[in-house]
Write a protein that binds this ligand. Structure first.
Ligand code: SRM
Ligand code: SF4
Length: 573
């Protein structure tokens, strides 16, 4: 940390907050406004909530001099993405009783509720906790929901990986009593003398921190978007250890080249017994060396680039008191989900369902939410949220499968095979109307874009060819756009930067191809490239590899040259 530079405001806020209390309790009790002060909003994030307003009606309310239509987003942690049927039913109830009637499955395997008003916030959080879930550290300058390959049923290896994700999550959960005190009416800690945050300290981390655990050949957790990842090395069906990857991240700001997405560096290997220790020490190095003066430069990826990956490894080894072992070989094939039913070694069945944009709702003719609720009422296994915003109905006994299938049929959900592989490999962040940072549509925008592109896909005979396609409403990267083969990143209402050439396994960043492309021109610009791919691709060549070989965009190995290569003209190779 620089001695000369002034610390970011949030650093003082954290120090003065008495371990994340601040004036939150008072702010929540103030019924003269539906909102909170700026400082309270910042602290509230550590408790898993954001203050938002409905942007669809913001201008109208301003015109009538009304306060914004404030409500809260609640993010519910689901480590490794595993939830019980009872927890699903609880989320479904809360969606109706206190939120906007939908459940959002996030890109980090968590639940989100939108539209909870201030007076219902505490009650909703209490109900979430009563169902053995929580919201602490779902957001804020701490470790967030730990992601994990959501197929732990496939082998003992997968079970080990889920267990380790849950252990990391538990170990890195803030120790403060503030959460219990504010939301669960826990006993007030009168003196802070005994209260400590053994890992984080009083100022927590310089910025958010994200961890994922992957099981090759699937990179469905997108390790290159995480500050810290563990890649399972499996030998004879057993996890012998994990490669350690650090410094991945997506967020950037348009027009600020000093902000950029970055692929993670794979710096070593560790045996399973040391994974929690390594997580703790990586967090501590970032705690001590992360930039606390500039929040746009505070993620671990910048700490590493300000020094070097070798320096970072040395520091981690020093904090550990032993050295990470040399990296082991592994290979990722893709970062998508595998749809349809699979049977595991014990004869249980698991169904990966496509949930467009991760939004579980009844809408018009669609009764997906009702159908999933009815399934939860009879399901004896569990639900697994995937990092691609989809859902696995997991651990279904053979005798229970017909009942579940009948409900899926009744509610129109047995249709993965009818969808194009392009749609099945899509991600859209939430964006408008709830996200305060959105510059353009994403969740509401991508389905229509895909429908248009599907006309080209059909013509090209690519219906079953997986091409990853992602849209975000701004460059913060919540749908991990910079790791997909095709990405639209919101610039302004109706305008997107188009990126091409990400690795099919999420292992190469894509490159800017068209800046501020009007939404209405997407098909005209992308269509010819898709047709060219169908015509000229080599055997087994992915779309991302093709656009580089054909010269649409240049190859890149890391994020440092990310902003280069804007082609003024679209050329058909
Ligand atoms: Fe995100 C901020 C939604 C995954 C990078 N993200 C936000 C906020 C809270 C907007 C805000 O700060 O006011 C969004 C709330 C929108 C809403 O109405 O729900 C938001 N992020 C989401 C979710 C819900 C998108 C989704 O459609 O699933 C994801 C919730 C994940 C979870 O369960 O924890 C979500 N966000 C991500 C990811 C992907 C990932 O983690 O795998 C990223 C990119 C990876 C990374 O962190 O580098 C991501 N979100 C950001 C950033 C940029 C951070 C940065 O380093 O610059 C912001 C803005 C910020 O922090 O200042 C942000
Ligand atoms: Fe909001 Fe931008 Fe994240 Fe989309 S990418 S949810 S628009 S912050």
């Amino acid at each position: 940390m620089s001695d000369e530079k002034k610390l970011a405001h949030n650093e003082y806020l954290k120090i003065d907050s008495n371990y994340l209390r601040g004036t939150l309790a008072e702010g929540l009790a103030d019924t003269s406004t539906g909102g909170l002060t700026e400082d309270e909003q910042q602290l509230l994030k550590f408790h898993g909530c954001y203050l938002q307003d409905d942007r669809d009606i913001r201008a109208g309310r301003r015109k009538h001099k009304l306060e914004k239509a404030f409500s809260f987003l609640i993010r519910v942690r689901v480590p490794g993405g595993v939830a019980t049927p009872e927890q699903w039913i609880k989320m479904d109830n809360l969606a109706s009783d206190f939120a906007n009637g939908t459940i959002k499955l996030t890109t980090r395997q968590a639940f989100q509720l939108h539209g909870v008003i201030k007076t219902q916030l505490k009650r909703t959080i209490q109900e979430i906790n009563a169902a053995a879930m929580d919201t602490i550290a779902a957001c804020g300058d701490v470790n967030r929901n730990v992601m994990c390959n959501p197929n732990p049923f496939l082998s003992q290896a997968h079970a080990d990986v889920l267990k380790i994700s849950q252990e990391i999550s538990e170990h890195l959960t803030p120790a403060t009593g503030a959460y219990h005190e504010i939301w669960l009416d826990g006993e007030k800690v009168e003196s802070t003398a005994e209260e400590v945050e053994p890992i984080y300290g009083k100022t927590y981390l310089p910025r958010k921190f994200k961890i994922a655990v992957a099981v090759p050949p699937s990179n469905d957790v997108d390790i290159h978007a995480n500050d810290l990842s563990f890649v399972a090395i499996v030998e004879d069906g057993k996890v012998v250890g994990y490669n350690v990857a650090v410094g991945g991240g997506m967020g950037m700001t348009h027009g600020m080249p000093e902000t950029y997405p970055r692929l993670a560096d794979i710096i070593g290997f560790v045996t399973p017994d040391k994974v929690v220790d390594v997580s703790e020490k990586v967090v501590m190095v970032q705690r001590d060396f992360g930039d606390r003066t500039n929040r746009k430069h505070a993620r671990l990826k910048y700490t590493i680039d300000s020094h070097s990956a070798d320096w970072f490894l040395e520091k981690v080894n020093e904090y550990l008191g032993y050295d990470l072992e040399p990296v082991r070989e592994f290979k990722f094939d893709d970062n998508g989900d595998r749809f349809g039913w699979v049977e595991d070694h014990q004869g249980n069945f698991h169904l990966n369902l496509f949930i467009e944009g991760g939004r579980v709702r009844d809408d018009g003719d669609s009764t997906v939410r009702t159908g999933l609720r009815k399934i939860a009422e009879i399901h004896k296994g569990d639900f697994r949220l995937t990092g691609n915003q989809n859902l696995i109905i997991a651990n279904v006994r053979p005798e229970d499968r017909p009942g579940i299938e009948a409900l899926l049929e009744e509610h129109g959900m047995l249709n993965s095979h009818e969808r194009s592989a392009l749609r099945l490999n899509s991600i859209a962040c939430v964006s408008l109307p709830t996200c305060g940072l959105a510059l353009a549509e994403a969740e509401r925008g991508l389905p229509g874009v895909i429908t248009e592109l599907e006309e080209v896909i059909e013509e090209a005979g690519l219906r079953h060819d997986a091409i990853t396609i992602r849209m975000t409403g701004c460059p913060n990267g919540c749908g991990r756009p910079f790791l997909s083969e095709i990405a639209f990143v919101g610039r302004a209402p109706g305008k997107y930067n188009l990126y091409l050439g990400g690795g099919h396994a999420g292992d190469r960043l894509n490159k800017l191809y068209r800046e501020a492309l009007p939404r209405t021109e997407i098909k005209a610009v992308l269509g010819p490239i898709i047709l060219d791919y169908a015509k000229s691709r080599e055997d087994g060549e992915s779309f991302g590899d093709f656009v580089i070989r054909a010269g649409y965009v240049a190859a890149t190995v890391n994020g440092l040259d990310f902003h280069e290569n804007l082609k003024p003209e679209v050329t058909s190779a």
